[in-house]
Ligand binder design. Structure first.
Ligand SMILES: Cc1cc2nc3c(=O)[nH]c(=O)nc-3n(C[C@H](O)[C@H](O)[C@H](O)COP(=O)(O)O)c2cc1C
Length: 233
Protein backbone atom coordinates (compact mmCIF):
# COMPACT_ATOMS: atom_id res chain seq x y z
CA UNK A 1 0.00 0.00 0.00
CA UNK A 2 1.49 3.29 -1.07
CA UNK A 3 0.49 6.74 0.14
CA UNK A 4 1.27 9.91 -1.79
CA UNK A 5 1.81 12.97 0.41
CA UNK A 6 1.59 16.44 -1.05
CA UNK A 7 2.60 19.61 0.75
CA UNK A 8 1.06 22.57 -1.04
CA UNK A 9 3.02 25.22 0.88
CA UNK A 10 5.42 27.37 -1.14
CA UNK A 11 7.61 27.75 1.95
CA UNK A 12 10.83 25.84 2.57
CA UNK A 13 10.27 22.46 4.23
CA UNK A 14 11.76 23.53 7.59
CA UNK A 15 9.54 26.63 7.75
CA UNK A 16 6.28 25.03 6.67
CA UNK A 17 3.65 23.87 9.13
CA UNK A 18 1.87 22.05 6.29
CA UNK A 19 4.99 20.05 5.45
CA UNK A 20 5.48 19.14 9.12
CA UNK A 21 1.91 17.90 9.56
CA UNK A 22 1.75 16.00 6.27
CA UNK A 23 5.05 14.24 7.08
CA UNK A 24 3.79 13.39 10.59
CA UNK A 25 0.65 11.77 9.15
CA UNK A 26 2.75 9.75 6.68
CA UNK A 27 5.35 8.66 9.26
CA UNK A 28 2.60 7.21 11.45
CA UNK A 29 0.84 5.28 8.71
CA UNK A 30 3.06 2.18 8.75
CA UNK A 31 2.76 2.11 4.94
CA UNK A 32 5.12 2.95 2.10
CA UNK A 33 4.89 6.63 1.35
CA UNK A 34 6.38 9.44 -0.65
CA UNK A 35 6.13 13.14 0.17
CA UNK A 36 6.34 15.73 -2.57
CA UNK A 37 6.40 19.47 -1.95
CA UNK A 38 4.76 21.70 -4.53
CA UNK A 39 7.22 24.46 -3.60
CA UNK A 40 8.87 25.79 -6.75
CA UNK A 41 6.82 23.56 -9.05
CA UNK A 42 5.23 24.94 -12.13
CA UNK A 43 1.57 23.95 -11.99
CA UNK A 44 -1.14 25.99 -13.68
CA UNK A 45 -4.85 25.68 -13.03
CA UNK A 46 -7.15 23.75 -15.36
CA UNK A 47 -7.69 25.66 -18.60
CA UNK A 48 -10.88 23.76 -19.54
CA UNK A 49 -9.40 22.72 -22.91
CA UNK A 50 -11.21 19.35 -22.57
CA UNK A 51 -8.11 17.61 -23.94
CA UNK A 52 -8.55 14.98 -21.21
CA UNK A 53 -12.16 13.95 -21.88
CA UNK A 54 -11.42 10.98 -24.13
CA UNK A 55 -8.56 9.35 -22.25
CA UNK A 56 -8.46 10.99 -18.80
CA UNK A 57 -4.95 12.34 -19.44
CA UNK A 58 -4.28 16.08 -19.10
CA UNK A 59 -2.41 17.50 -22.08
CA UNK A 60 -1.02 20.62 -20.39
CA UNK A 61 2.75 20.36 -20.16
CA UNK A 62 3.98 21.32 -16.72
CA UNK A 63 4.93 19.60 -13.46
CA UNK A 64 1.51 17.99 -13.20
CA UNK A 65 2.59 15.72 -16.06
CA UNK A 66 5.06 13.62 -14.05
CA UNK A 67 2.98 13.91 -10.90
CA UNK A 68 0.12 12.16 -12.71
CA UNK A 69 1.87 8.75 -12.57
CA UNK A 70 2.36 9.10 -8.82
CA UNK A 71 -1.28 10.08 -8.30
CA UNK A 72 -2.42 7.04 -10.28
CA UNK A 73 -0.07 4.62 -8.48
CA UNK A 74 -1.05 5.72 -4.95
CA UNK A 75 -3.67 3.91 -2.87
CA UNK A 76 -4.25 6.95 -0.68
CA UNK A 77 -3.38 10.64 -0.39
CA UNK A 78 -2.32 12.98 2.38
CA UNK A 79 -2.73 16.47 1.01
CA UNK A 80 -1.99 19.64 2.93
CA UNK A 81 -2.40 23.31 2.12
CA UNK A 82 -1.90 26.64 3.85
CA UNK A 83 -4.78 28.99 4.54
CA UNK A 84 -4.56 31.93 2.14
CA UNK A 85 -7.48 34.34 2.42
CA UNK A 86 -9.66 31.86 4.25
CA UNK A 87 -9.22 28.98 1.82
CA UNK A 88 -6.71 26.79 0.09
CA UNK A 89 -3.70 28.56 -1.53
CA UNK A 90 -3.55 29.00 -5.31
CA UNK A 91 -0.75 26.47 -5.87
CA UNK A 92 -2.64 23.61 -4.21
CA UNK A 93 -5.89 24.73 -5.84
CA UNK A 94 -4.23 24.63 -9.28
CA UNK A 95 -2.85 21.16 -8.55
CA UNK A 96 -6.23 19.83 -7.44
CA UNK A 97 -8.09 21.48 -10.33
CA UNK A 98 -5.96 19.37 -12.63
CA UNK A 99 -7.50 16.24 -11.13
CA UNK A 100 -10.37 17.11 -13.48
CA UNK A 101 -8.49 14.86 -15.91
CA UNK A 102 -9.53 11.80 -13.90
CA UNK A 103 -13.25 12.54 -13.88
CA UNK A 104 -14.48 11.63 -17.35
CA UNK A 105 -16.62 8.74 -18.54
CA UNK A 106 -15.64 5.51 -16.80
CA UNK A 107 -12.42 7.02 -15.48
CA UNK A 108 -12.37 5.41 -12.05
CA UNK A 109 -8.65 5.82 -11.37
CA UNK A 110 -9.23 7.60 -8.08
CA UNK A 111 -12.65 6.33 -7.07
CA UNK A 112 -12.86 4.66 -3.68
CA UNK A 113 -9.36 5.61 -2.58
CA UNK A 114 -8.71 7.16 0.85
CA UNK A 115 -7.38 10.53 1.91
CA UNK A 116 -6.32 12.73 4.81
CA UNK A 117 -6.77 16.50 4.47
CA UNK A 118 -4.36 18.85 6.28
CA UNK A 119 -4.68 22.60 6.71
CA UNK A 120 -2.50 25.20 8.44
CA UNK A 121 -3.30 28.88 8.92
CA UNK A 122 -1.95 31.87 10.78
CA UNK A 123 -5.19 31.72 12.75
CA UNK A 124 -6.82 28.49 11.54
CA UNK A 125 -6.18 25.59 9.19
CA UNK A 126 -9.78 24.40 9.16
CA UNK A 127 -10.83 26.06 5.90
CA UNK A 128 -8.08 24.62 3.70
CA UNK A 129 -8.66 21.17 5.21
CA UNK A 130 -12.36 21.49 4.36
CA UNK A 131 -11.48 22.60 0.82
CA UNK A 132 -9.28 19.55 0.29
CA UNK A 133 -12.06 17.28 1.56
CA UNK A 134 -14.34 18.83 -1.07
CA UNK A 135 -11.82 18.09 -3.84
CA UNK A 136 -11.50 14.50 -2.55
CA UNK A 137 -15.27 14.12 -2.69
CA UNK A 138 -15.42 15.18 -6.35
CA UNK A 139 -13.20 12.19 -7.08
CA UNK A 140 -15.13 9.84 -4.74
CA UNK A 141 -12.14 9.68 -2.39
CA UNK A 142 -13.11 9.20 1.26
CA UNK A 143 -11.57 11.65 3.73
CA UNK A 144 -10.79 9.46 6.75
CA UNK A 145 -9.44 12.36 8.84
CA UNK A 146 -8.81 16.09 8.76
CA UNK A 147 -5.98 17.78 10.63
CA UNK A 148 -5.81 21.53 11.21
CA UNK A 149 -3.09 23.55 12.93
CA UNK A 150 -1.86 27.08 13.52
CA UNK A 151 1.30 28.06 11.69
CA UNK A 152 3.53 31.06 11.65
CA UNK A 153 2.07 34.07 9.84
CA UNK A 154 4.82 35.76 7.81
CA UNK A 155 4.38 38.97 9.86
CA UNK A 156 6.32 37.37 12.73
CA UNK A 157 9.42 36.86 10.59
CA UNK A 158 9.23 39.49 7.83
CA UNK A 159 11.50 41.88 9.74
CA UNK A 160 8.89 44.61 10.24
CA UNK A 161 6.60 42.77 12.65
CA UNK A 162 7.40 45.01 15.65
CA UNK A 163 6.55 48.24 13.80
CA UNK A 164 4.11 47.37 11.02
CA UNK A 165 0.71 48.76 12.01
CA UNK A 166 -1.26 46.22 9.99
CA UNK A 167 0.89 43.20 10.88
CA UNK A 168 -0.35 40.38 13.08
CA UNK A 169 2.11 40.94 15.99
CA UNK A 170 0.83 44.49 16.70
CA UNK A 171 -2.75 43.48 15.98
CA UNK A 172 -2.48 40.63 18.51
CA UNK A 173 -0.13 42.07 21.15
CA UNK A 174 -0.40 45.84 20.66
CA UNK A 175 2.11 48.65 20.01
CA UNK A 176 5.59 48.09 21.42
CA UNK A 177 5.44 44.34 20.93
CA UNK A 178 8.78 42.52 21.08
CA UNK A 179 8.68 39.32 19.03
CA UNK A 180 10.11 36.31 20.85
CA UNK A 181 10.52 32.81 19.35
CA UNK A 182 7.86 31.41 21.75
CA UNK A 183 5.35 33.92 20.40
CA UNK A 184 5.60 32.54 16.87
CA UNK A 185 3.05 29.76 16.38
CA UNK A 186 4.48 26.41 15.30
CA UNK A 187 2.50 23.21 14.80
CA UNK A 188 5.30 21.22 16.45
CA UNK A 189 4.51 23.04 19.73
CA UNK A 190 0.80 22.17 19.56
CA UNK A 191 0.57 18.71 21.18
CA UNK A 192 -3.12 18.22 20.31
CA UNK A 193 -2.46 19.00 16.64
CA UNK A 194 0.61 16.76 16.46
CA UNK A 195 -1.40 13.97 18.12
CA UNK A 196 -4.25 14.47 15.63
CA UNK A 197 -1.73 14.12 12.77
CA UNK A 198 -0.27 10.93 14.28
CA UNK A 199 -3.77 9.51 14.87
CA UNK A 200 -4.78 10.35 11.29
CA UNK A 201 -1.73 8.50 9.96
CA UNK A 202 -2.48 5.44 12.09
CA UNK A 203 -6.12 5.41 11.04
CA UNK A 204 -5.23 5.72 7.37
CA UNK A 205 -2.70 2.88 7.68
CA UNK A 206 -5.26 0.66 9.44
CA UNK A 207 -7.93 1.33 6.83
CA UNK A 208 -5.50 0.47 4.03
CA UNK A 209 -4.22 -2.69 5.70
CA UNK A 210 -7.78 -3.90 6.28
CA UNK A 211 -7.95 -4.18 2.51
CA UNK A 212 -10.61 -1.55 2.08
CA UNK A 213 -13.28 -2.22 -0.50
CA UNK A 214 -12.94 0.50 -3.14
CA UNK A 215 -16.30 -0.29 -4.72
CA UNK A 216 -18.09 0.14 -1.40
CA UNK A 217 -16.25 3.41 -0.63
CA UNK A 218 -17.05 4.67 -4.14
CA UNK A 219 -20.75 3.98 -3.62
CA UNK A 220 -20.73 5.73 -0.24
CA UNK A 221 -18.97 8.80 -1.70
CA UNK A 222 -21.32 8.91 -4.70
CA UNK A 223 -24.25 9.04 -2.32
CA UNK A 224 -22.59 11.76 -0.22
CA UNK A 225 -21.94 13.76 -3.39
CA UNK A 226 -25.54 13.38 -4.59
CA UNK A 227 -26.86 14.50 -1.19
CA UNK A 228 -24.61 17.59 -1.30
CA UNK A 229 -25.70 18.45 -4.83
CA UNK A 230 -29.37 18.17 -3.84
CA UNK A 231 -28.70 20.29 -0.74
CA UNK A 232 -27.17 23.11 -2.82
CA UNK A 233 -29.75 22.95 -5.66
C1 LIG B 1 -1.02 35.51 0.91
C2 LIG B 1 -1.29 34.95 2.29
C3 LIG B 1 -2.58 34.97 2.78
C4 LIG B 1 -2.86 34.44 4.04
N1 LIG B 1 -4.16 34.43 4.49
C5 LIG B 1 -4.45 33.85 5.68
C6 LIG B 1 -5.82 33.78 6.14
O1 LIG B 1 -6.75 34.24 5.51
N2 LIG B 1 -6.05 33.15 7.31
C7 LIG B 1 -5.06 32.59 8.08
O2 LIG B 1 -5.35 31.99 9.12
N3 LIG B 1 -3.74 32.65 7.67
C8 LIG B 1 -3.43 33.27 6.51
N4 LIG B 1 -2.12 33.32 6.06
C9 LIG B 1 -1.04 32.76 6.93
C10 LIG B 1 -0.63 31.35 6.53
O3 LIG B 1 -1.74 30.49 6.46
C11 LIG B 1 0.36 30.83 7.56
O4 LIG B 1 1.57 31.55 7.41
C12 LIG B 1 0.62 29.33 7.50
O5 LIG B 1 1.54 29.00 8.50
C13 LIG B 1 1.17 28.90 6.17
O6 LIG B 1 1.46 27.51 6.15
P1 LIG B 1 2.95 27.01 5.91
O7 LIG B 1 3.69 27.35 7.18
O8 LIG B 1 2.88 25.56 5.69
O9 LIG B 1 3.46 27.74 4.71
C14 LIG B 1 -1.81 33.89 4.84
C15 LIG B 1 -0.50 33.90 4.33
C16 LIG B 1 -0.23 34.43 3.07
C17 LIG B 1 1.19 34.41 2.54
Amino acid sequence: MKILGISGSPRKEQQSGVYKLVSTVLENSGCDWELISLRGRSIAGCIACLGCVKDNVCKVEDDCRWLRDKIVAADAYVIGAPNYYSGINALTHAFLERWFQFRHQEGNTLWGKLGVAVGVGGSSGKMPADDIEKFFLYNFIETVAKVAGQGSASCFTCGFGETCKVGLPIMLYGEGVRITPEMIPAVSRQPAVMQAAADAGQLLGQRLRQGHDRARVTEKMKQTMMAKLKESA
